[in-house]
Design a protein around this ligand. Structure first.
Ligand code: NAD
Ligand code: MG
Length: 385
């Protein structure tokens, strides 16, 4: 029996690589549902190539051209953000791959889990913002969440078969595009520089998040929710080669690590196939080509976002939601060349200082908190010109 997939964000970096896995395994998977934000031409190509049942375009202005492009096919076409969440819960797919970027991923995560579906989760923002709602829902519906994020896939693999409590999760960190840029130059960093990630080719937003280490902070929060590990037992270790994808230390001092060439198709395929594994013959890691794996402390003065994220995790409630909303606005402004790179973390700090805090937020509280964080970040960015 083939597994039928809904791939949310199929035109993005993770979405396209998920379709690579479907293409490599036509006997195991079928991509029934595909969604995109506004790249309707690419979505139409994908719908034809994979003979999709349904496509959803989030931006309603793209509905008519997408519908016309698929007029000669049986593919059903819908539009709007609500339709993305509705399709995540709809009956005929077994697995939802959430490869959306940002807060927009939360509602589809909740919808998929509410329908009891297996969720292959790349959209870490779902957990950063709403982990306290998402994880109990997954437990209640017995809906498995399989991480796609490489660090969490690594930790998941290290924990497989273990019953003993862990002493520490060790999340590795490449250092991002600006790792070797001195702190005093950061205010003048260009968009192109910040987008030049040394190891991974990813969407623009996560590449900027990697350069500020907001991404690593979010991954600490994500690890907390996925594995139930408290903040003080999660550490971050700089590992420029990105070969050790993360590690788990147990109470007896043993450390398990998961290693491999940086290629997101590995964690994507594992999330889809677990407990099986894909057969990807081209994957042969050569230790002799990587004779040096190095580790170092993260510079927490150069990268204040990491401690801000730890602080949000300890505070709980809406704190991380505020951090995420402000970050999304500031990253978009930086990418549009409307603010300096250094203003991203300042916008986050500004929003966190002023936003109302709700200790036990509902999904509605999270929506309000996200909107307020965006307003505050925009206010800050306007004030600095
Ligand atoms: P991307 O920007 O390349 O793709 C995002 C996809 O979501 C696109 O298909 C886009 O059309 C769609 N989308 C964007 N905004 C939307 C909205 N408001 N409503 C509906 N659809 C929308 O992003 P990506 O790099 O593939 O990242 C996706 C997620 O996976 C992010 O949460 C990211 O942090 C996480 N992730 C990515 C990588 C990677 O290698 N790219 C690695 C680990 C985790
Ligand atoms: Mg990651």
């Amino acid at each position: 029996m083939k597994q039928s997939l809904a791939i949310l964000g199929s035109t993005g970096s993770i979405g396209e690589q998920t379709l690579d896995i479907v293409r490599e395994n036509p006997d195991r998977f079928e991509a029934r549902v595909l969604t995109a934000h506004s790249r309707w031409e690419r979505l139409a190509e994908q719908a034809r190539a994979f003979d999709a049942d349904t496509v959803v375009i989030a931006d309603e202005r793209c509905y008519a051209p997408l519908r016309d492009a698929l007029a000669d096919t049986d593919t059903k076409v819908y539009a709007g953000a609500d339709a993305v969440a509705q399709i995540a819960a709809a009956g005929d797919t077994q697995v939802v791959v959430n490869a959306l970027v940002g807060y927009a991923g939360l509602a589809p995560t909740v919808a998929a889990l509410s329908a009891g579906k297996k969720l292959a989760l790349a959209n870490k923002e779902s957990l950063v913002v709403g982990g306290a709602c998402v994880m109990p829902l997954a437990a209640e519906k017995r809906a498995p969440i399989l991480p796609i994020d490489s660090e969490h896939s690594a930790i998941f693999q290290c924990l497989a078969g273990e019953r003993a409590p862990v002493r520490r999760l060790i999340v590795t960190c490449s250092g991002g595009a600006l790792r070797d840029v001195p702190a005093e130059r950061l205010a003048d960093v260009t968009v192109d520089e910040a987008l030049r990630h040394p190891q991974w080719s990813m969407g623009a937003k996560i590449t900027i998040d990697s350069s500020t280490l907001v991404n690593k902070g979010f991954e600490v929060i994500e690890a907390h929710w996925l594995f139930g590990t408290p903040a003080e037992r999660i550490s971050v270790l700089l590992h420029p080669q990105s070969i050790v994808h993360s590690m788990v230390e147990f109470e007896d001092g043993a450390i398990k690590a998961q290693l491999g060439t940086p290629d997101m198709r590995m964690p994507i395929s594992l999330a889809l196939m677990y407990p099986d594994r894909a057969s990807r013959p081209q994957e042969r890691f050569d230790f002799l080509a990587h004779p040096q794996l190095t580790f170092a402390e993260v510079d927490r003065t150069k990268y204040p976002a990491l401690d801000i994220a730890y602080d949000c995790l300890r505070r709980g409630g809406t704190a991380a939601c505020t951090m995420n909303g402000a970050n999304e606005v500031a990253v978009a402004a930086f990418l549009a060349r409307r603010c300096r790179w250094t203003e991203i973390v300042r916008a986050i700090a500004y929003a966190l200082e002023r936003a109302p805090f709700v200790a036990r937020p509902t999904l509605d509280d999270l929506a309000a908190s996200d909107a307020e964080a965006r307003r505050l970040a925009a206010e800050y960015l306007a004030s600095v010109g």
